[in-house]
Design a protein around this ligand. Structure first.
Ligand code: SF4
Length: 92
């Protein structure tokens, strides 16, 4: 397994952990219940607001504007520049 495949596998595992944490946070057993729940709906809807910079970013499929806990009020991800530097370094 090369470095890129290893990184992709790691990111997939991190995504699964993130989803599990979201499910635990809402203490709801399935995704449909989250979508029926007002908190869940507002979480999903707020995630759909993507800054223009992210819409044009080559790393969006990996980053997805990062964790919403670490966003400025304008929606920009606090670690955006670090992520770009990391992804550029990792994929070069
Ligand atoms: S690296 Fe920055 S611009 Fe690109 S998707 Fe992530 S937050 Fe958005």
């Amino acid at each position: 397994m090369n470095y890129i495949e290893h990184l992709k596998m790691l990111l997939k595992r991190l995504l699964i952990i993130l989803i599990m944490l979201v499910l635990l946070h809402f203490r709801i057993e399935n995704f449909n219940e989250i979508l029926k729940n007002q908190k869940g709906q507002s979480f999903v809807l707020s995630s759909m607001n993507i800054p223009n910079e992210c819409k044009n970013c080559e790393w969006y499929s990996l980053c997805r504007n990062g964790c919403k806990r670490y966003r400025y009020e304008n929606g920009k991800y606090y670690y955006c520049e670090s992520y770009k530097e990391f992804f550029n370094y990792s994929y070069s």
